[in-house]
Design a protein around this ligand. Structure first.
Ligand code: THU
Length: 134
């Protein structure tokens, strides 16, 4: 399943709109029911860019899916087909993941299908603020 998700993220990365950073990111989110939602980063000249992870999460939530198992992320220079480094989610995306996912949610940071790390959301955002659980 990790490899299938990474493959979907690699494909989604091709749609990245990143004329300002030239940093293209693709994400593939797996729902608990087994559906895959993909996303890419979408930049904006006024600085209101949206990350690939949030694009995927918001697409899923707007379709009525709110329970997720994992997300694969692939990012790197848009001129290169292969990512040379792991791309970790930004702070805003980690907080958005916290909104919908529990600490065991898996974040798969991949260079390609054969080279990836798996982290839990708990590892990436310890002591996360969560109003619902206060
Ligand atoms: N970006 C993502 O889409 N996901 C990440 O995990 C890190 C950063 C995007 C935002 C922006 O379009 C570009 O990468 C450079 O920061």
């Amino acid at each position: 399943m990790y490899k299938e998700l990474i493959r979907a993220a690699v494909n989604a990365r091709k749609n990245a709109y990143c004329p300002y950073s030239q940093f293209a990111v693709g994400a593939a989110l797996l729902t608990l029911g087994g559906k895959i939602y993909t996303g890419c980063n979408i930049e904006n000249n006024a600085g209101t860019s949206n990350c690939a992870e949030r694009t995927a999460i918001y697409k899923a939530v707007s379709d009525g899916y709110k329970d997720f198992k994992s997300i694969a992320i692939v990012g790197g220079n848009s001129l290169k087909d292969q990512s040379e480094d792991y791309c970790y989610p930004c702070g805003i995306c980690r907080q958005v993941m916290t909104e919908f996912c529990d600490g065991s949610f898996e974040v798969i940071c991949a260079k390609n299908v054969d080279d990836f790390e798996v982290h839990t959301l708990d590892e990436l955002i310890p002591y996360a603020f969560n109003l619902i659980k206060q």
